[in-house]
Design a binder for this molecule. Sequence first.
Ligand code: FAD
Length: 378
Amino acid sequence: MSAIRSKKFDYIFTGGGCGALSLLIRMIQSGKFADKKILLIDKEPKTTNDRTWCFWENGNGLFEEIVYRKWPVVNFYSDTFSAPLEIAPYQYKMIRGIDFYNYCFEIIRKQQNIETTYGTVRFEDSKVLVDDVVLETNGSVVFNSLYTLPPKENGIILLQQHFKGWIIETEKPSFNVEQATLMDFRVHQDYGTTFCYLLPLSETKALVEYTLFSENLLSPAQYNDGLERYIHDVLKIEAYKIIDEEAGCIPMTNAKFNFFEKDRYNIGTAGGQTKASSGYTFQFIQKNSEKILEQLQSGQQLSQLEKPKRRFHFYDTILLRILKEEKLRGEAIFSQLFERNKARQVLKFLDNETSLAEELKIISSLPTMPFLKAAIRK
Ligand SMILES: Cc1cc2nc3c(=O)[nH]c(=O)nc-3n(C[C@H](O)[C@H](O)[C@H](O)COP(=O)(O)OP(=O)(O)OC[C@H]3O[C@@H](n4cnc5c(N)ncnc54)[C@H](O)[C@@H]3O)c2cc1C
């Protein structure tokens, strides 16, 4: 652990990624925590563009000035339904990891009351150890974003959203910068639910991601093959060069994540902010950070933080079960969702923001039997 000046802290962040920085920046900007000592711990400094976040948003969020690209229209493609989808009042946005980290740390470095240290955190019950040194946490609020996989218990479904992406550059103009592709199912489904994203950065540059919702990861060659075939067979691009790449794996699970656990408050993916049925996390983290900030400012107990609505967990579990047991293909579910509902309603539903009446309408647009059976089992 690199040296730290203070012995005691009011707030300690174990993990300094999206969840921690989203909350910390809000705390700084509120101006209400300038007299509090805050420690941010990560295993390493953020020096690379380790991920790209995409999400939809209505209006401008806290990180609007670092939005790298945004698109008013998203495309959906499958064998049964293909269309450009108007998503107003939302826009589909992209933030590059490195821009996010640089933006946050530029603000954090100016705060005298915040220290950043690097080392490996581990927990022994309520104790926090950094590089095997026990940290003084008496009287501190600990926000944790270190994630561990849930134990394989009865009823727990664990799928992965795993993907590999390339930023490719073409010689000739090949992309429409006004439209991103949210899901393109025109790829083989031999390994489970598989689709591609296409995020144009310019007429000659785009991020292409080959994505699966399944239990098992693929070999590196299989992701590369999926990307090559999509670019060649579907996008019909012959000549291109790969200028960057990213890969990742996001847990899709119905396991419940406790906000308060063993004297610490879990945030980010560790705090259940990853939507189980889609893998989207960035906007859930932003909304949760707002709620935590309000709670801190109002002086109310953090443990009283409003819990997420349980029915969305129920819907996610049903969808995960159907995907896991392959009762219905992901392609069929998403095609019907987008074909039979307004895209903005689907996005609102995936944001857990619809009313019960809106949900019933959406659910009734899906094939009834597999959903009913999975619901009865749940
Ligand atoms: C490649 C990739 C692309 C993604 N794209 C999207 C997207 O487009 N849209 C979306 O909504 N979501 C996306 N996600 C999912 C989600 O938004 C991110 O994973 C997000 O970063 C989660 O925030 P977090 O704070 O929970 O975790 P992280 O941002 O990963 O932060 C956890 C931090 O803890 C640190 N850490 C881990 N272990 C230790 C340890 N033992 N000791 C000290 N520090 C430790 C890590 O270095 C990291 O900085 C993506 C995820 C990945 C991996």
